[in-house]
Design a protein around this ligand. Structure first.
Ligand SMILES: Cc1ncc(C[n+]2csc(CCOP(=O)(O)OP(=O)(O)O)c2C)c(N)n1
Ligand code: SF4
Ligand SMILES: [Mg+2]
Length: 375
């Protein structure tokens, strides 16, 4: 097969993305904007079309496999083209993800996927850009980049694989590891207070924030579908089991028996309740979310979830409900609000300046103002 080459991008999987897709872009002729992309028909695809020919090199039993399957199964349903789709990752086990997608992609620099993806989103706003990152990649070395992508509302679908450990480098503690965690880099137990990635994203006023887990493909697919549909920065935290260096990190809430008691499904417009018979619920009191027995407080006392609420405080309170994945933990969409995305603002500003001042000339700009010659 022949790869269709889009300037500035390398195909990640060796299977051709565009060659088999009717209406694929002509080599070298990059679409000039969203209109150019949407004018072309979208071919019907299957999971196989989105799967590259690369050998998947995760440990047997790793939770990353089920996340990959969920994404590969979802892509044909999204009505998007492989040649308009890019997966950008940082470094880590999770960040090997772009190799396995038959799309464009970049396995980039540790922690820098949000920065690289921001450049791409601004220069090629018609593309569908996914960022794949781990808890170490996103929250240690890349913490700063992640926050800025979120606050700027860059149009990215960010999947944060949280296994509460550095997997690739063989088991050091991460910013989401629990206090007291004994690892090779914390032989006497971690003293660090961990991040809650959902709280962090809400604090950065991300416009879409959700949580899912690797044991439930249907829930993952629905959550990824919602994240992808959102225009702006979407952050999905995925609880992911690293069965080699942190096995069972989420067992207290994710084993089949534990789930009904421990997962609190968030449903927009619905009272927040859970348990096999819906016998438990969540109330908000004095600015704090608390788990209660419905029989004791009555249904009317329960908090009603409102993911479109402009003020992120309610979503934040819900994110603080569980100090870690050991007590009842909300999953689903915490927040989904509209705000102009960064590329629209940047490109709108450039267009407005061009209307006023003309197209401009980079060479004369560089030679303007105070210039000097170094002998
Ligand atoms: C600049 C730089 N610093 C450190 C590393 C070493 N390193 C590679 S991956 C990684 C952490 C990965 O952890 P995480 O993002 O949680 O991914 P996982 O392997 O758990 O999926 C580190 C510290 C590196 N590759 N580059
Ligand atoms: S080290 Fe852990 S996260 Fe990495 S591939 Fe193996 S099981 Fe998965
Ligand atoms: Mg990790």
């Amino acid at each position: 097969m022949t790869d269709t080459v889009t300037p500035g991008l390398a195909a990640a999987g060796t299977a051709a993305a565009a060659a088999t897709t009717p209406g694929a872009a002509t080599p070298g002729a990059a679409p000039s904007g969203a209109t150019a992309a949407s004018a072309r028909p979208v071919a019907v695809t299957t999971k196989k079309d989105w799967t590259s020919d690369q050998e998947v090199r995760w440990c047997p039993g790793c939770g990353d496999y089920s996340i990959l399957t969920a994404v590969q199964m979802l892509m044909p349903e999204l009505g998007v083209r492989r040649e308009d789709t890019v997966f950008v990752s940082g470094i880590g086990c999770s960040s090997r993800f772009p190799y396995y997608m038959s799309t464009y992609g970049m396995h980039s620099i540790h922690g820098r996927a949000p920065a690289i993806a921001t450049g791409l989103a601004v220069s090629r706003p018609e593309l569908d850009i996914w960022v794949i990152t781990g808890d170490g990649d996103a929250l240690s070395i890349g913490g700063n980049h992640l926050l800025h992508a979120l606050r700027r509302n860059v149009n990215l679908t960010i999947l944060l694989f949280n296994n509460q450990i550095y997997g690739l480098t063989k088991g050091q503690y991460s910013p989401t590891s629990e206090p007291g965690k004994v690892t090779k880099s914390t032989p006497f137990g971690s003293l660090d207070h961990p991040y809650n990635p959902v709280s962090l994203a809400l604090g950065a006023e991300a416009t879409f924030v959700a949580r899912t887990h690797d044991m439930d493909r249907k829930h993952m697919m629905e959550t990824f579908r919602r994240a992808h549909a959102h225009r702006g920065a979407s952050l999905v935290e995925i609880y992911q089991n690293c069965n080699v260096f942190n096995d069972g990190a989420f067992d207290a809430i994710l084993t089949k028996d534990a789930r009904p008691q421990m997962l609190i499904p968030l449903q927009d417009g619905e009272p927040i309740r859970f348990g096999p018979e819906g016998e438990r619920g969540v109330v908000i009191e004095d600015g704090t979310a608390r788990v209660v027995e419905v029989a004791e407080v009555g249904v009317d006392a329960l908090a009603v979830h409102d993911e479109h609420r402009e003020d992120p405080s309610l979503a934040f309170m819900l994110s603080r409900l569980a100090a870690g994945p050991y007590t009842p933990t909300p999953i689903g969409v915490f927040r989904d609000v509209e705000r102009a995305d960064y590329a629209s603002l940047v490109n709108g500003q450039v267009e407005a300046a061009m209307v006023e001042k003309g197209p401009g000339d980079l060479a004369s700009l560089l030679a303007s103002g105070s210039t000097w010659t170094v002998d």
